[in-house]
Every structure is written in structure tokens, then in C-alpha cells.
Design a protein around this ligand. Structure first.
Ligand code: ZN
Ligand code: ZN
Length: 570
């Protein structure tokens, strides 16, 4: 058994322990199912009266008592008729018994408590000491809203006290550095009832977004992408032709313009395709690489919205490459290399890739799919990047790569996708003139490197726990005079730094220097430039970094050198 399966045995046993405590304290509770999950375990039940958070204290205490009893866990097979007698009062368990194939079912017993179960337990309750109940929430029988409403008690369990403590610390950190919390604390963005799911970016949040856009624009320019901009609203007719109406209308916003039906774009593809089609194209122009920071609207269910991670309006750093089949692989290699360049610039250490292959229902010849899938796989192989195959997970119109980043908490985020498309070139009758003079169909690659800028913004913010690196921070440096006498010098420093494009500002307050430092720290400003009487006289400054390290007596030239060194990392 590997570690994860051992852990799920432990957690499944902890669910029995929870069931046992609930049974002793609230004997009329109907227990339903209590499985192990990725991060812990839960038990769903119908309580005799609604459980409240306070009840977790008593349940926890009883669980600890049962741990102390160190009961042995026995497992045996019993006949279904015997099991039906045991659970005559519990329609949920009866339904489970009916669904188990064969004539017998498993029963786990510890002391006077028994539970329907297929097996896989620790030997004794004494092994379950390191658990923690986390919350009570609502659920439905079989996760179906039309079924009975249940209450779910969730918790987690580990083999050691240290592992449990580390998990709880991480949960606290995740809550403390949730991007929604940081967004408010650092005055970066907000949401309003007047536009549910539509983020508002404040000056500092917009400064971060602008830096991300400038970075990506430059990266794409280096690789000969040409930037375009296409309309937010386009005629309904176009969306019908592109197939979005047919497959995606639930997520689209419609409106009328001059009594003609229009839709707000959920994707940028048709705009890029119409741009391609404005005139005949020659093979000499291929690959034609069009980039767009396209603002799209998608109607997500309000329950699915989650800060900037799931919104109803966002910006994609979208790319549409029109190319020949021979050009597929070099283009894909280029995107992968841009993605890994971006990943290291933003301080992510690990990536992972998957290639989604042809699904059962799809269009295009076997030969095209073969060429496309090989191009994706070979690009990853040539870059020395391991990947998984997601068999049959491709779109009906072509295979794709999903590229994920791992953040500082070890969470995986899929950002970049590289989607090959055989359908739209056919659908929009796209062509180019080959050297022979023939009209030939190009292939389209759709790709984004950040994915959604808003979502990427949230990921980066949480990855750094709000302490953005110098190059990305909205305010890079705050200049502070120790007393008012040095304010004119501080002003000179400000002018000099702004002249070279550093996002700097001055602390105008008359607060003591300690307070100025504290304010800047809370705002997570990476550089504090401090000027006292001696510094003013010698035309130098003390640089204090966010982590508290100091560099004394820096001349403006030395400070700039350090700035460029630190912003060019990655
Ligand atoms: Zn069990
Ligand atoms: Zn597209």
C-alpha cells in the first residue's frame, strides 16, 4: 500500500469513529455514508435535530473517549437479510444494501457500534488520535437536490500530531492569504452587487494587471505575434456559424442592436478568423500569429462564482495561429517555451502537461488527428517535458495540451492550453495560396499562456501570499524621510526614480519613521527608501527590503543597479 491509500484507510476508519460518537450521543440520528476524501473524511446524516458548530465540541470529545477505549475494529460478511434487520429503521442504509451486488454485505464493528462497510480499516480505535472535525455543511442524499437534505460533518485525520498540525497551519494560511482577503487588504479589486461576477480593479490592482499585460505583450512580440483587437459584441449570425450558439448559448449574453440580435463574445476566435479572412492570404504569410487581450463574458451560475478564480467577465491573453500542418510542431514548441519562460518569471517552480487525444465523436480525418497529436507529443518530448495522456479528452475538433503550474502550496493550476482546430478553418472556408497556386486549408492553433488574466492574478497573489516580487508590485518603492527636514531630499529621490519608470511614491505623513515602515510593510511594498539627516547630507539613502534586510549608504546609481538586478530575475 502506498502512503495515500494508508491515509485513506485511516480516514475511512475515522469516519466510523465519527459515526460511533454520533450514535452514542444522538442515537436517533440516521447515518448514511462516511467515506474518506482527498483531504479527510465526512459522514452524512439526518440528525434528530439540526447539528450546530457547537456540537462539534461534544462529538470531538466523545470521539477522543472512543479512541482511549482502544476498541478493536472487526470486519465480517453478513447476509443481506440480517443486514436489513439491523437497518430496518434506516432507509438510506437499506437502499445501500439493495445496491451492493451479491448476497452478503460487509459489517464493521467496534464495541457496541456497527456500520455497513466494505472493509479496509486500522486495527484499533487507539490509532485514530490525530483527527480534527472541521465543519458542518448541508448536502443531499446521492448529491441530488431532489433527494433528502442531509447534514455533513467533515474532518481530517493524520498518522501523527505533526502532520495534523502542518495541515491545519496550511489551512489557516490559505484562509489568511486567500486572494479575496488580500484583494481587500491591499485595495486591489472589489465586487459589487451591481454587476455580479464582474470584477472592479482599483488603481493598484490595475497596475499589476498592466504589468502582466506588458510582460506578455513583449514576450509575444519577441516571437513575431501581431496584436489585434476585435469587438466585444458581434452579430448572432456569426455565433451561429461558429457553432458557439449551438454549443455554448447557455453561457452567452444576448442583446439587440438596431433590432438585430447580437451576442457578447464568450471567446475571441471568430474575431481573429474574420480578421484572417479580410483578404486572400499567401503561404508566405504563414504562420500568421494573431494575439489579442480579449475581454470575454461568460454566464456562470452564481453559485459557481469564486473571487477572481471564477468570474463572469475576464481577459484572455489569446492567440490564434493560422499555419500549415508542417508548421504545427515548431509553433507548439514555441508556445511551450513561452509558457516555461513565463512560469519562471512568475516564480513557479514546477509544471505539468497533459495531451488530450481524439474523443469518440469528432470531426476530421485520422491522418489529421495523427499529425496533430504527434505534433503536440513531439513538442513536449523535444523540450524534455514529461506528460500524461488524457485519452479521448480532446475537443471534437482537435487534440490539445493543458499545461499546469504548481504554486507554493503544492496546488496545481491549469493555465496554458494549446488547442489544435481542424473545424473552424473548414467551417469558415479559410484558405491560403500555396506555392503551386492552389487554395489550401490552414490549421488553427488556439492558445493562451496565462489563461484568464484575472484568474492568473489571483493565483499569483496567493502563491506569493500578497508579497509580490519587485517587478510586479503595484508600488515598488516608498520613499520616507525620517524628519520633515529631509522631505525636499525625499522629493528629489522620488523625481529621480519616477523618471526611470519605477513605480515609487512618497510618504507625506509626519509619522515617526517606525510607523512609516510599519505602514509600508502592511501594504507589502517591497522597497522602502529611507532618508535621514546624514543620508540627505551625503546624497545617499538606506534601502530597507520587505523582509527587514537593509542596505545602507546607497547612491542613486547603486540603488538603480540593484533595482535592475532584482527586476530582471527569472
Ligand atoms: Zn469501514
Ligand atoms: Zn480561439
Amino acid at each position: 500500500m502506498n502512503k495515500q491509500s494508508d491515509l485513506s484507510v485511516l480516514r475511512h476508519s475515522a469516519a466510523h469513529l465519527l459515526g460511533h460518537a454520533v450514535f452514542e450521543l444522538f442515537p436517533d440520528t440516521l447515518l448514511t455514508i462516511g467515506p474518506a476524501t482527498k483531504e479527510g473524511f465526512f459522514y452524512d446524516c439526518v440528525p434528530q435535530r439540526s447539528f450546530k458548530e457547537e456540537d462539534l465540541v461534544a462529538i470531538t470529545q466523545r470521539m477522543q473517549e472512543i479512541v482511549a477505549r482502544n476498541l478493536s475494529l472487526e470486519h465480517k460478511e453478513i447476509s443481506k437479510s440480517e443486514a436489513r434487520k439491523l437497518y430496518a429503521h434506516n432507509p438510506f442504509k437499506l437502499e445501500l444494501i439493495d445496491q451492493i451486488p451479491g448476497e452478503t454485505v460487509g459489517l464493521a464493528t467496534q464495541g457496541n457500534f456497527y456500520d455497513l462497510c466494505r472493509g479496509g480499516h486500522v486495527a484499533r480505535t487507539g490509532q485514530l488520535a490525530h483527527f480534527k472535525l472541521l465543519h458542518i455543511s448541508g448536502s443531499y442524499w446521492r448529491a441530488d437536490r431532489n433527494n433528502a437534505a442531509l447534514q455533513r460533518i467533515s474532518g481530517t485525520a493524520f498518522f501523527t500530531a505533526e502532520d495534523l498540525a502542518a495541515y491545519l497551519k496550511r489551512q489557516d494560511e490559505l484562509a489568511m492569504y486567500d486572494h479575496r482577503v488580500l484583494g481587500k487588504q491591499l485595495d486591489l479589486f472589489s465586487f459589487h452587487e451591481e454587476g455580479v461576477g464582474f470584477p472592479f480593479f482599483h488603481p493598484k490592482g490595475k497596475a499589476i494587471l498592466n504589468t502582466m499585460v506588458s510582460y506578455m505583450r513583449e514576450l509575444k512580440q519577441q516571437h513575431d505575434y501581431q496584436e489585434i483587437s476585435t469587438p466585444t459584441m458581434l452579430s448572432d449570425h456569426l455565433w451561429r456559424q461558429s457553432g458557439h450558439y449551438e454549443h455554448y448559448k447557455e453561457n452567452m449574453y444576448f442583446l439587440n442592436v438596431d433590432e438585430q440580435p447580437y451576442a457578447v463574445k464568450p471567446m475571441n476566435c471568430p474575431g481573429a478568423i474574420l480578421t484572417y479572412k479580410t483578404r486572400p492570404r499567401s503561404y508566405r504569410e504563414l504562420p500568421l500569429k494573431l494575439a489579442e487581450f480579449g475581454h470575454v463574458h461568460r454566464h456562470e451560475l452564481s453559485g459557481a462564482l469564486h473571487g477572481l478564480l471564477r468570474v463572469r467577465a475576464f481577459t484572455q491573453d489569446d492567440v490564434h495561429i493560422f499555419c500549415t500542418s508542417e508548421q504545427l510542431q515548431p509553433q507548439i514548441e514555441e508556445i511551450i517555451s513561452m509558457f516555461t519562460t513565463m512560469q519562471s518569471k512568475f516564480g513557479f517552480k514546477k509544471t505539468s502537461f497533459s495531451v488530450a487525444t481524439r474523443p469518440a465523436s469528432s470531426i476530421g480525418s485520422d491522418e489529421l488527428w495523427e499529425i496533430g497529436t504527434k505534433a503536440l507529443e513531439n513538442s513536449l518530448i523535444r523540450a524534455g517535458l514529461p506528460y500524461k495522456i488524457a485519452a479521448g479528452d480532446g475537443a471534437f475538433y482537435g487534440p490539445k495540451i493543458d499545461a499546469s503550474l504548481e504554486d507554493s502550496y503544492g496546488r496545481q493550476w491549469t493555465c496554458c492550453t494549446i488547442q489544435i482546430d481542424f473545424f473552424q478553418p473548414e467551417n469558415f472556408d479559410l484558405s491560403y495560396i500555396a506555392p503551386s497556386g492552389e487554395r489550401v486549408r490552414p490549421i488553427i492553433i488556439h492558445s493562451t499562456i496565462f489563461g484568464s488574466l484575472e484568474r492568473f492574478f489571483a493565483i499569483v497573489l496567493e502563491h506569493y501570499r500578497g508579497n509580490l516580487p519587485l517587478w510586479l508590485a503595484p508600488i515598488q518603492a516608498r520613499i520616507m524621510a525620517i524628519t520633515d527636514a529631509q522631505q525636499p531630499h525625499a522629493q528629489q529621490w522620488l523625481t529621480a526614480l519616477k523618471e526611470v519608470g519605477i513605480r515609487a511614491e512618497l510618504d507625506h505623513s509626519s509619522d515617526p519613521i517606525k510607523a512609516k515602515i510599519k505602514t509600508a510593510s502592511l501594504e507589502k511594498i517591497p522597497w522602502m527608501i529611507i532618508i535621514g539627516a546624514r543620508e540627505a547630507e551625503q546624497a545617499v539613502a538606506t534601502l530597507r527590503l520587505h523582509d527587514g534586510t537593509q542596505h545602507a549608504n546607497l547612491t542613486p546609481e547603486q540603488l538603480l543597479t540593484l533595482f535592475y538586478e532584482q527586476t530582471n530575475i527569472g
